[in-house]
Design a protein around this ligand. Structure first.
Ligand SMILES: NC(=O)c1ccc[n+]([C@@H]2O[C@H](COP(=O)([O-])OP(=O)(O)OC[C@H]3O[C@@H](n4cnc5c(N)ncnc54)[C@H](O)[C@@H]3O)[C@@H](O)[C@H]2O)c1
Length: 274
């Protein structure tokens, strides 16, 4: 159901790879809510993914950008403003990648070149995006920039490896930059800490299926889906959250504040008895 929450607003959505991507769902939701958008992803993802299908559905231009390249980001922001006909109101950073996770290199024996890549792609890229937006004065006042995070930033989930450190840095950048962008231009910067979700990035984490099940049993509302996350992002882009900034907002069905749950205890008890 559309409430036209984003009518007249313009934005950039990073990170839609295929129809499971949280960014894919958010792009569709933003457009359904009346926004105009451009879509972007790393050049290699554009070749391998299905972004052109999404672009057609959203009537959106696709502009390639490696989020670790300042030149690419400058071109992206410039071309987005030209194509959309003005400054931006929202940006979604939905980017994550760890070469250590991909190569199953354990955290305690990390490869530091890989580790630096993880931090660059998954966290510093957020600072790069924000800096590019600010330098180009590309955001309208009361605009909203959102990045996606995970609770491994606060609590240890061993399979999440160096992505946990990247998420801690990502959330810190939201606070650090949010302060400056708020005073400078009244732009809000937040992270959304999402439930485990079946996507290409999510499924790459070791033991993913088990902790999907664990989180489902631990969350009073169950795991939040990518569709739910898209709606929450649309709300954060909208004027209904104008005074929310520098926050990490848990969008996880209550997982983050649950110590233990009856369904989990029952499952473990059944295990003991069986
Ligand atoms: N899936 C989950 O369980 C889960 C849970 C919480 C948070 N998140 C976060 O949500 C975000 C989106 O992930 P997703 O689950 O939709 O998976 P996804 O694999 O669909 O999206 C990840 C995206 O990052 C892009 N990317 C990687 N390197 C890039 C680069 N150098 N430049 C530009 N883009 C690059 C990929 O091309 C891909 O589109 C990530 O930040 C992820 O950590 C995911």
């Amino acid at each position: 159901m559309s409430h036209q929450l984003l009518k007249g607003k313009k934005g950039i959505i990073f990170g839609a790879l295929d129809e499971r991507s949280i960014a894919w769902k958010t792009a569709l939701e933003a457009v359904a809510q009346g926004a105009e958008i451009t879509l972007t992803n790393a050049p290699i993802a554009l070749r391998m993914g299905k972004i052109n299908q999404l672009a057609e559905m959203c009537n959106a231009k696709v502009i390639p950008a490696d989020a670790t390249s300042m030149t690419d980001l400058e071109t992206l922001v410039q071309q987005s403003m030209e194509s959309l006909g003005g400054k931006l109101d929202f940006v979604l950073h939905s980017i994550g990648m760890s070469p250590n996770v991909r190569k199953s290199i354990p955290y305690t024996g990390t490869n530091y070149d890989n580790f630096l890549k993880t931090l660059d792609i998954s966290a510093l890229s957020f600072h790069r995006v924000l800096q590019t937006l600010m330098t180009k004065d590309a955001m309208n006042e009361w605009g909203s920039v959102v990045a996606l995070s995970y609770i491994a930033a606060q609590r240890t989930f061993p399979g999440y490896n160096d992505m946990a450190d990247a998420k801690a840095l990502l959330e810190s950048i939201a606070r650090g930059f949010g302060y400056h962008y708020g005073f400078a231009k009244k732009v809000r910067v937040n992270t959304v800490s999402q439930s485990p979700t079946v996507t290409t990035a999510g499924s790459g984490v070791s033991g993913f299926d088990a902790f999907l099940d664990y989180a489902e049993k631990m969350s009073p509302l169950g795991n939040a889906s990518a569709d739910d996350c898209a709606k929450f992002c649309a709300l954060l882009f909208s004027d209904y959250t104008r005074m929310v900034t520098m926050q990490n907002l848990f969008h996880d069905g209550g997982f983050s504040f649950t110590g233990v749950s009856t369904p989990l205890v029952e499952a473990l008890t059944a295990n003991h008895q069986g």
